[in-house]
Ligand binder design. Sequence first.
Ligand code: HEC
Length: 125
Amino acid sequence: MLHNADNNLEPGKNMKSKIELLITVAGLSLVTWSAQAADVKENWDKHCVACHGKDGKGETKAGKKAQVKDFTDPKYLATLSDDKMFKHLKEGMKEGTKEKMKPFGDKLSDDEIKALVASVRTFKK
Ligand code: HEC
């Protein structure tokens, strides 16, 4: 009979670690979720804002210098295909030998680039 007690030495402790596990799992899923939700915006702010601006108009100092185009202009957007944008972001964009936009293929994953391409279309008014 005494053995039984041995098998379940500290029931209270078991319960506690289960609750701790649950809290950890819940916490982790929250972190993952918010990381995903922020991804595109974070990447935009980190890599693209300097030239294209928060609003996608490209009215920044660097943007004007690099002569970026206005992502809020539906006529301009209509000339861009998702494939072309993806390629230009991954491999960079050149005019002759002059680099217009550097490649981001080494900094961003394909999925991140795809998300950015999609977000470019959301600046349109
Ligand atoms: C150094 C400034 C600079 C930065 C930083 C920059 N771009 Fe650009 N981007 C340009 C220029 C310049 C062009 C070419 C505009 C033109 O003449 O068509 C361009 C073009 C584009 C185009 C149109 C591509 C096409 O197919 O014509 C997209 C989409 C784009 N950028 C998205 C981004 C995203 C997303 C980022 C961040 C990951 C980014 N850019 C970072 C300067 C920049």
